[in-house]
Design a protein around this ligand. Structure first.
Ligand SMILES: Nc1ncnc2c1ncn2[C@@H]1O[C@H](COP(=O)(O)OP(=O)(O)OP(=O)(O)O)[C@@H](O)[C@H]1O
Ligand SMILES: [Mg+2]
Length: 371
């Protein structure tokens, strides 16, 4: 079947026009390694100039997806298109994309400058233009005085920035980035996130960015694709993914949340009330079509929890620590444990009994996970 599709598409002329706003697309992409299906019938689309992030836990298929787009792996099924062209059978070096790999490979025998300018040499630029672009890029990456060093004379984070500079200096229409900030320390990573976002805006290229860091994905992306076991779990704008996760997997992966199980007691107009036993009742939104009496899993952000002190009934506060602007409190009832971030001053102390009071659109109610 794959061959039939391949033959048919070769007969067709290269499509542009209506498709031109789409920069990268995967259709029904499958990649298997032996028994493992690393990418499992995945459909993905990045619009021209978009910052698209693939987010998910280790092993969910992010790198493989990127390698399929870059041409470093061949699809078992499906098609890849870049800039309106079907590139499924086209080798990596002829695809209009540049990749920054998770294991960035610098040329060990070349200086930092030579590494960065490597790809520019065949681009028709003169020496002066090349030098000025490389110098600009080294400044941007905060490695200005390291041009003459060899990669082994740099720290891991510095090497990573050289790899990034080497890709960005090409100003490619599509840039594929696989955890490019992974080995930087917290402060530098934050700074680089800001820089990368700025560079993205300036160059207008399509970025397909891979990370397992949800905060990084939230701050940088126009769109996030949350992956799980080679498939798309949810695809949307950062705010949608955060405020309206479609599954408890997404809720758990994006941002701090509490996942607690209970029983639906009321369900109408998209709002669902769930009895959490000794923890109390919560009301939130759901698309799961749950009816009264059904088991449900509820996602509650710590910042949305309100805590009502009771005398003798309810859940027990097991811990309360000052976390700067708020108090982080742990509340336990049977198997369920919840973290709450409550304002300073008014909060109950460890050992006291409380009930939760939460009613928010951000509280999301899902079907209970079958165990
Ligand atoms: N060359 C390979 N041979 C065999 N299995 C592979 C190969 N490459 C990846 N896999 C498997 O495919 C799955 C997806 O791997 P992939 O590298 O895409 O994950 P990832 O989401 O990038 O993870 P991480 O966050 O750890 O980098 C994993 O189960 C992995 O073990
Ligand atoms: Mg990876």
């Amino acid at each position: 079947m794959t061959d039939a599709v391949a033959e048919k598409s070769q007969d067709r002329p290269v499509e542009t026009g209506s498709d031109s706003a789409v920069s990268v697309s995967l259709r029904n992409a499958v990649k298997r390694y032996g028994d493992v299906t690393a990418v499992d019938h995945l459909d993905l689309e990045a619009k021209q100039g978009q910052f698209l992030t693939l987010l998910g836990p280790s092993g969910c298929g992010k790198t493989t997806t990127l390698r399929l787009i870059g041409g470093f792996e061949e699809l078992d099924e499906g098609r890849v298109r870049v800039a309106g062209q079907d590139v499924t059978r086209i080798p990596p070096y002829r695809r209009p994309v540049t990749t920054v790999f998770q294991q960035y490979a610098l040329f060990p025998h070349l200086s930092v400058r030579k590494n960065i300018e490597y790809g520019l040499k065949h681009g028709g630029l003169n020496r002066k233009e090349i030098d000025s672009r490389v110098t600009e890029m080294m400044g941007l990456m905060e490695i200005p005085e390291m041009g003459d060093r060899r990669p082994r004379q740099l720290s891991g984070g510095q090497q990573q920035r050289v790899a990034l500079a080497r890709a960005l200096v090409m100003k490619p229409p599509v840039l594929l980035l696989d955890e490019p900030l992974g080995s930087l320390d917290y402060k530098l990573r934050k700074g680089m996130q800001f820089e990368l976002k700025r560079i993205h805006r300036e160059v207008g290229a399509t970025f397909v960015y891979v990370t397992h860091d949800q905060e990084e994905a939230m701050t940088m992306s126009d769109r996030i694709i949350v992956m799980r076991d080679g498939q798309i779990e949810q695809d949307g704008r950062p705010k949608e993914i955060f405020d309206a996760p479609k599954t408890s997997f997404v809720a758990d992966f994006i941002g701090d949340t509490n996942l607690v199980d209970g029983t639906v007691t009321d369900s109408r107009d998209g709002f669902v009330t769930v009895d959490l036993g000794a923890l109390g009742r919560v009301r939130g939104t759901s698309e799961a079509g749950l009816a009264s009496g059904e088991r449900a899993r509820v996602s509650i952000r710590p910042t949305d929890v309100r805590v009502i002190a009771t005398k003798g009934q309810g859940a027990v506060v097991t811990d309360a620590v000052l976390a700067g602007t708020h108090i982080a409190m742990k509340i336990k009832a049977g198997e369920n444990e919840v973290t709450a971030h409550v304002p300073r001053g008014s909060s109950p102390s460890p050992g006291e009994t409380v009930l939760l009071e939460v009613e928010s659109e951000r509280v999301r109610v899902f079907e209970a996970e079958s165990e």
